[in-house]
Design a protein around this ligand. Structure first.
Ligand code: DGY
Length: 327
């Protein structure tokens, strides 16, 4: 690596973050803010010491070969399913991510999606804006109350536990969760709510929960974890919330379940083929659809950028990046 390492930042970042990067590194920024093509990304990997990338960069196995010069992929975000980790490892490329700083904002969006779908808030807003509202009446647009209902959290990491705390305290929900391994909690303030109950299988959770919220990473094992068969285990009064990754859910199977009302509703922030969304899903009133906004506050996006920069700084000074991804 050169004395002043080269850094390519693949998408536009908050100005304070770009300024901090420019001060320390020989940095190139993406002024168009259009995702790099595979050819452009391969060129960047062959000519740049460090790449600060995001979820929109598909860094597939084909892009790696012995000509790769990049030594660190400092991902802006927690999920790294867009990077072929085995190929990166093979060619000696370290990966880091930005955990912790986006926990609360992402959990807030999951909470919002619970309320939006159960209380039909997107549908209500559309109803008013399109001029259909004829006035208050007792049976108009009745939703379902989350209070006293059961929230089933799949994946009990930082975000899943933060949502569980919020849903228990703000909405009075009982929490059950599924986690494949015993969850080790270093800081008790990040623990789940008292009374949260671990269940032994996803199937048990799907049958018992009124709202199922997904918080597991996208891996080959979790692809289509929620498929037609599992959606059928949820009841016609239940809701699905996804703020994790789109490919955890079979989007066509979900569309069919919502259309046939075998589940009551869904609140989604992520999609299987982002930014494309299954056309029929977009037409369904019982689907709340947000454009991947989980961590989208200026505070959090700035903190994510600074955290990616801290990983770069550590790496350049010969240390392990504090958020090195080693799974
Ligand atoms: C994350 O951190 O994984 C967000 O979804 C952005 O990539």
């Amino acid at each position: 690596m050169t004395a002043r390492p080269t850094v390519v930042v693949t998408r536009k970042l908050p100005p304070t973050v770009e300024a901090a990067i420019a001060e320390r590194y020989d940095a190139k920024f993406n002024r168009t803010d259009i995702a790099l093509t595979p050819e452009q990304m391969q060129h960047v990997l062959r000519t740049t010491d460090i790449v600060l990338c995001t979820v929109t960069d598909k860094i597939t196995g084909e892009l790696f070969d012995s000509r790769v010069e990049t030594r660190l992929l400092a991902n802006f975000g927690v999920g790294v399913n867009h990077i072929d980790r085995a190929a990166a490892r093979k060619y000696g490329v370290t990966i880091s991510n930005t955990p912790d700083v986006l926990t609360d904002d992402t959990a807030d969006i999951a909470l919002a999606l619970i309320l939006m779908s159960m209380r039909r808030l997107g549908e209500g807003e559309r109803h008013l804006r399109n001029g259909s509202w004829s006035g208050w009446r007792p049976t108009h647009m009745m939703g379902r109350s989350p209070h006293g209902k059961t929230l089933g959290v799949i994946g009990y990491g930082r975000i899943g536990r933060a949502l569980a705390r919020q849903a228990a305290s703000a909405l009075g929900m009982h929490v059950i969760y599924y986690a494949p391994r015993d969850v080790r909690i270093d800081d008790p303030s990040t623990a789940g709510p008292e009374g949260a109950e671990r269940v032994d299988s996803i199937e048990t959770l799907l049958v018992r929960a009124d709202v199922v919220s997904l918080h597991c990473p996208s891996t080959p094992e979790t692809r289509h974890l929620i498929n037609a068969e599992r959606l059928a285990m949820m009841g016609p009064k239940s809701y699905l919330v996804n703020t994790a990754r789109g490919d955890i859910v079979d989007e066509y199977a979900l569309t069919a379940a919502l259309r046939d009302r075998t589940i009551a509703g869904a609140g989604l922030d992520v999609y299987e083929w982002e930014p494309t969304v299954v056309a029929e899903l977009r037409d369904l009133e019982n689907a709340v659809l947000l454009p991947h906004m989980g961590s989208g506050t200026i505070e959090t996006r700035t903190a994510m950028g600074m955290r990616a920069l801290a990983n770069i700084d550590a790496f350049v000074s010969g240390q392990q990046p504090p958020d090195r991804v080693d799974f």
